[in-house]
Ligand binder design. Structure first.
Ligand SMILES: Cc1ncc(COP(=O)(O)O)c(C=O)c1O
Length: 379
């Protein structure tokens, strides 16, 4: 168990922030790294051309450590939607083919697929919410040879259900289905290895569980797609980008590996050092340890709220860090505002109240949530 790390954050004692799935708070050292990065532009003469590349490579290498791949397979993107659009742009589809998504999938991982389906004569196939909470089984049952692409998350975001991506990856490879993943609600807190899952593309926005600034994101691209088409055609993705004086000697060639998929201005001098610092801290804590620690907090929370009529996806099918509480009587959309008046912060998504703590939460935070829910239940 990782002990409470609140000292690294600037969270007042009376705030119970249980909403990491909405947006994580930045750690103080992460803000310091970001401020130092931003301040570099007060002295632009010190930002040499080499620095347009070195920070990006350090970020790529950090992601490589996190997801178990070479830095060569990592592109720098601003959002999950950018990465998913890249995957949708590159994965082949055709008339009569299907794209598998989950019921209530996050919109950024739904609309791009709907669009390419409409444009190619393909269609969406939806794995419906399983009554027993087993999303892995729902996906495996829905995979068939006409499914060209499985566009999935690691955690279904309105239920907290966890998908066994190793099993799903194997099943996809057996029938020739491409696998495109949105890891935004899991990466950094649920162990994930590219080597084990073997996706074609995997994206994550970094401002939630990767504890990084908003508008930082990563895109894993399998070597199979390194010759693919980027969303943008910019100068820094090109083979000759390091020679600033000769950029006008236009070239057909791209930089190596997944770098061609980088967004324009990817050498973000303020945000990338902050993201690297944040993810470095997660690696220091250990992703499996974070999962166990937050899982224990959530197990205790669930036990305390069960008495108040709440339930969740069974533990064996649930992501440890992501607790979606449901109630027969339903959850009011206004509940987060009621709790916020007591400085307790959660979200409502679909029919669930989503409680997503992290290592900055104290025992007192959990007690406060349970007290507030008890009071709300009486009222
Ligand atoms: C599952 C999931 N994917 C992606 C995102 C963010 O998408 P984008 O980076 O396109 O804003 C969110 C935000 O809530 C999310 O929950």
């Amino acid at each position: 168990m990782i002990c409470c790390q609140r000292h690294l954050f600037e969270i007042p004692e009376d705030v119970a922030y249980l909403n990491c799935a909405y947006m994580s708070p930045l750690m103080k050292p992460v803000v310091e790294a970001g401020n130092a990065g931003l301040a570099r532009k007060m002295r632009p003469w010190e930002i040499t051309p080499e620095k347009f590349f070195s920070g990006a490579e350090e970020f790529r290498a950090t992601i490589g450590r996190l997801i178990d791949c070479s830095a060569d397979c990592v592109a720098i993107v601003p959002s999950a939607s950018y990465g998913i659009a890249t995957a949708a742009w590159n994965l082949p589809l055709g008339k009569g083919k299907k794209i598998l998504v989950l019921e209530e999938q996050f919109p950024s991982n739904y609309y791009p697929w709907k669009r390419v389906a409409e444009e190619t004569g393909a269609s969406l196939k939806v794995a419906t919410w399983p009554e027993d909470g087993d999303w892995t089984h729902a996906v495996l049952a829905a995979l068939s040879e006409d499914v060209a692409i499985a566009a999935l998350p690691h955690v279904q975001w309105t239920s907290g259900g966890r998908l066994d991506l190793v099993k799903i990856g194997e099943a996809c490879r057996r029938i020739g289905t491409a696998l495109a993943l949105d890891l935004t609600q899991s990466l950094g807190v649920l162990p994930f290895s590219v080597a084990d899952v073997q996706p074609d593309f995997a994206v994550a926005a970094c401002y939630k569980w990767l504890m990084s600034p908003y508008t930082t994101g990563l895109l894993y691209v399998s070597p199979k797609w390194h010759e693919g088409r980027p969303l943008e055609e910019n100068w820094i993705q090109r083979a000759n980008a390091r020679d600033f004086a000769s950029l006008i000697l236009y070239t057909e060639g791209y930089d190596s590996g997944a770098r061609r998929f980088d967004m324009g201005e990817r050498s973000n001098f303020g945000l990338l050092p902050a993201a690297k610092r944040a993810i470095g801290q997660l690696l220091e804590w250990g992703v499996a340890e974070l999962s166990d620690t937050i899982g224990t907090i959530n197990r205790e929370l669930l036990a305390a709220t069960e008495e108040l009529g709440f339930s969740a996806t069974p533990e064996k099918f649930r992501a440890p860090h992501y607790l979606c509480l449901r109630r027969k009587a339903g959850i009011s959309k206004e509940l987060p505002q009621t709790l916020a008046r007591e400085k307790v912060f959660v979200s409502v998504r679909g029919s669930s109240m989503r409680v997503t703590p992290h290592v900055y939460n104290s025992k007192r935070d959990m007690e406060k949530l349970v007290e507030c829910l008890r009071t709300a239940a009486k009222g």
